[in-house]
Design a protein around this ligand. Structure first.
Ligand SMILES: Nc1ncnc2c1ncn2[C@@H]1O[C@H](COP(=O)(O)OP(=O)(O)O)[C@@H](O)[C@H]1O
Ligand SMILES: [Mg+2]
Length: 235
């Protein structure tokens, strides 16, 4: 059974659908990269998985069970966490306060929260140095690390990351992608949205989306052979 299964998903913001019947799976223990140009429907896809958008039709199954109309907060409790596009950190709260808010669903287990905080600091040592700083004073790269760290604080089984590399230097983008491999190795499945094909070497599964439709899926060794010019740039 796949950890995440998307079946015939149709989603729109008005009468016209933006996703036109999307199907894919993500297996437990994978880093899956959902690649596509701006406007392809990537955020719509992960926001629907997180429960922020209601599908017109189709299903999202998590751990084999349909999520139906479950609220975002209930999905967090079930193990789905979203690091949204644009980071959305709380600028007037400190780094530590931002992280602690990510653990809201587990607020009755202070020991577990401390453990998770240490794990996040282990992934992103820069955040330790910035612990007492307001998030608004961090660099773009640091804010991105904070956003991923905050999403990890609920100890998800599935971490959704929407365009972590946007606006980062190539070196910083690589740092964030490298951490996703560690997150996976530590037991959290990752679905990350990217416009940047530089993320592909970090993927166990690659999905390529164009105009609300998946046009290509590659797993493992196949990923290296994805003809990006054809599959992604639409040549
Ligand atoms: N809140 C919204 N209202 C109306 N249309 C939207 C909204 N958000 C996204 N769209 C449209 O849906 C399509 C897919 O958007 P999105 O999922 O954000 O793409 P991506 O994340 O791949 O850049 C685009 O054509 C976009 O204009
Ligand atoms: Mg987007």
């Amino acid at each position: 059974m796949s950890l995440l299964e998307i079946r015939d998903l149709v989603v729109g913001y008005g009468p016209h659908p933006v996703l036109h019947g999307v199907n894919f799976v993500v297996e437990e223990g994978e880093v899956c990269v959902l690649l596509g140009l701006n406007g392809a429907g990537k955020s719509t896809t992960v926001n629907t998985v997180a429960g922020l958008l209601r599908p017109t039709s189709g299903q999202v199954l998590f751990d084999g069970k349909p999520l139906g109309r479950k609220a975002p907060s209930a999905r967090v409790k079930q193990g789905i966490s979203l690091c949204p596009e644009g980071r959305r950190v709380f600028p007037r709260l400190t780094v530590r306060q931002n992280l602690r808010l990510g653990a809201w669903s587990r607020r009755r287990s202070p020991k577990a929260i401390r453990e998770q905080l240490n794990l996040v600091y282990d992934y992103f040592p820069r955040l330790v140095e910035r612990e007492d700083q307001f998030a608004g004073t961090l660099s773009g790269g640091e804010q991105q690390m904070l956003a991923v760290g905050r999403a990890l604080m609920s100890r998800p089984r599935l971490l959704l990351i929407d365009e972590a590399s946007l606006g980062l230097s190539p070196a910083l983008a690589k740092t964030v992608w490298e951490v996703t491999s560690r997150i996976r190795d530590d037991g959290t499945t990752v679905l990350m949205v990217e416009q940047n094909a530089g993320a592909l070497p970090f993927a166990d599964r690659a999905l390529i989306m164009e105009k609300g439709t998946l046009i290509h899926t590659a797993v493992g060794e196949q990923i290296r052979n994805v003809n990006l010019r054809e599959a992604y740039l639409g040549a």
